[in-house]
Ligand binder design. Structure first.
Ligand code: ATP
Ligand code: MG
Length: 309
């Protein structure tokens, strides 16, 4: 899928804040924990978080289903003694705020993560909640009714549901080889993601902020076509694709903001979402010099691959 003369896709790149830090050997995590566990002998609920951390790492307390998929990247911090430091806000958005988090053992350089925190119900807009939920399975009908009626319970469910939906979509896409940030974990309204950016904490620019030269433009379009092809093979459309939801890191496109992934076949509006995704991103590219016929070609390929015919 990727030609060899271009940088590796994001999922295979290392994102250690300190690339010189010693590697932990695979399979040694448990042994390391006994030696380095800062929580040893402490009640994690009351003990002060060491090293000026803002909280203990949330990883050890999470059930398996809330943790990122295998194979897990080598940079992932899983030690019980690790702590999280808040390093500032990357972006405040309509529905979520994205914070920069550093996770590591006290006294050691940590790994940067993006913490996407969905807003509490009263501060959110619900523009995504209408069409996207169609065809999405919610097992208990009481919950479905609560969501539909926008009761307090329903809004909580919706918030948690968006975080859970984004995490699940990212996990599946990462496993399928799409260029998305590795989804580290989900807990309530917070998802932790691989940080896409530089080691000093600057997030990769959005596509919308760039003016690529013709070669760069062609390479990014081809990246995007590959990425959307992976989604189409799963029967999915992004659902909110635009030059604002694509980051460009090391010359490669990385898809973000995927809570509303749409089942192209199961959702009655699925084909329209797919059309809109390709039209919107296609307009951006054509406006910057892409062959105007390219978006239509991509759309028909994606429709075929998602079995819309
Ligand atoms: N994994 C990541 N690594 C680095 N930066 C990120 C990451 N995820 C999100 N961001 C930053 O946060 C911004 C908002 O993320 P995202 O689009 O997922 O949230 P949003 O609430 O939907 O925002 P908006 O309403 O602006 O679309 C991104 O444009 C990007 O700058
Ligand atoms: Mg966004």
């Amino acid at each position: 899928m990727y030609s060899s003369d271009r940088p590796e896709p994001v999922r295979r790149r290392r994102h250690r804040a300190d690339d010189d830090a010693p590697h932990r050997r695979p399979g040694r995590a448990d042994a390391d924990v006994s030696a380095l566990d800062g929580r040893a002998g402490h009640d994690p609920d009351t003990a002060e978080v060491p090293g000026g951390g803002d909280r203990w790492s949330t990883w050890p307390g999470l059930p398996a289903g809330s943790r990122g998929p295998h194979p897990r990247p080598g940079w992932l911090v899983t030690e019980t003694g690790a702590v999280d430091h808040e390093r500032g806000v990357l972006k405040t958005g309509k529905e979520a705020d994205v914070h920069l988090l550093e996770r590591g053992l006290p006294g050691r350089a940590g790994v940067l993560l993006a913490a996407k925190r969905y807003r509490d119900p009263t501060h959110r807009m619900f523009h995504r909640d209408a069409g996207y939920l169609e065809g999405r399975r919610v097992r208990r009908s009481r919950e479905m009714r609560a969501m539909a009626q926008r009761t307090a319970l329903g809004r909580d469910l919706l918030d948690g549901q968006w975080a859970a939906a984004e995490f699940a979509a990212l996990a599946r896409l990462y496993g399928a080889g799409a260029p998305v940030p590795y989804p580290v974990s989900v807990e309530g309204t917070e998802i932790l993601l691989e940080f896409v950016g530089s080691p000093d904490g600057r997030a990769a620019p959005r596509l919308a902020a760039l003016r690529p030269d013709p070669d760069g433009l062609a390479a990014l379009w081809s990246d995007l076509a590959d990425a959307l092809g992976v989604l189409a093979d799963l029967g999915w459309a992004h659902g909110d694709l635009s030059a604002y939801n694509v980051l460009v890191h090391g010359g490669r496109a990385v898809l973000i903001d995927l809570p509303q992934v749409v089942d192209v076949v199961g959702n009655p509006q699925g084909p329209e979402f797919l059309d809109r995704d390709v039209r919107r991103i296609g307009e951006w590219f054509v406006g910057r010099g892409l062959d105007p016929a390219a978006p239509a070609h991509l759309l028909s390929e994606l429709r075929e691959r998602s079995r819309l015919g």
